[in-house]
Write a protein that binds this ligand. Sequence first.
Ligand SMILES: Cc1ncc(COP(=O)(O)O)c(C=O)c1O
Length: 391
Amino acid sequence: MIPSVLPTYSRAPLHFVKGEGSWLIEEDGRRFLDLGSGIAVNVLGHAHPALVAALTGQANALWHVSNLYEIPQQQALADKLVAASFADTVFFTNSGTEACELAVKMARKYWYEKGHPEKTGIIAFNGSFHGRSSAGIAAAGSEKMVKGFGPILPGFTHVDWGDHDGLEAAIDDTTGAILIEPIQGEGGIRPLPDQCLRGLRALCDERGLLLILDEVQCGMGRTGKLFAHEWAGVTPDIMMVAKGIGGGFPLGAVLATEEAASGMTVGTHGSTYGGNPLACAVGNAVMDHVTDPDFLETVNRNAGLLRQKLEGLVAAHPEVFEGVRGTGLMIGLKVRVAPADLVRAGYDALVITVPAADNVVRLLPALNITGDEIAEAVNRLDAAATALKGA
Ligand SMILES: Cc1ncc(COP(=O)(O)O)c(C=O)c1O
């Protein structure tokens, strides 16, 4: 008999009942150090007092109004995102994959309005992940994502990560945009080198293409800058954001330049919930914290500390670990065992990690994790690795 919850996930038998900062408390009282953050979502940890205050304050005043009306919390959050980024304008969604839908629509509408309706093509990358909607799976393109779900949204071409010649060759007169994650998350924490992102920007400028960045996982302070592309010193035309922007409340956004967004006029897109008062009240509180230079400074300091300790962990367990990679607090442990085995051993050692492709286990802690918690987390990972070796 089919379970009452549609069985699309293979779930661990863990029932968390409470969260406090970087800690998750199981029904039976066990305290887990959370290095997953709901897959890069809880950027300020669990139950951060400022987010609880923002949410409950708004909940007592007004939960929802339609986008048929002006929403001051949404306006404030859009103003903050515009002030802190390349963007001139923002549309709010409830998730990353909805942001992908709009990014694709926006790019196509741009070219349509410019008199190039043929430029519907979007070049994306093998190993990428852009969500589970029709545009999201078409953009990822892997068999695992699309098999059985045809007909797949047309117009996507896929190039191998790092294949510069293949990328140049894939561009033709129907190409309108390039879509890429500055750091592949699900694909196994594969950072695009800064010079490659600069090269992509130059290529887009040269060939007249829009550059769409998917910062759903790597954005919102995770790499030690508000957005990961800032490290390369170049900006996109369109960017998808989600996960961390709501700190645990469902919220996403598409940020764009005025030019890239020029086709999106009244009536061309909408959302019942996107940018509602409750979500944006929380989003504003997240933004206020994450854009504080002291906060980002601490993220960078913590990232350095975690990286240093993980290098030691990898050196101590060469049978289990092959290496460590990533940027800031978006870290991948390349493992020689099945990633799921290390994640499971982590559960036994009371530390939460997340598997990814390419034999990687992801560490995506809360950005305000403390130095002591980092030390304890690595001790627990050490215990997990030791247990795996003994198994
Ligand atoms: C890079 C990236 N893009 C898009 C998505 C889809 O986001 P959501 O699950 O909120 O639809 C994800 C989710 O993991 C992601 O990591």
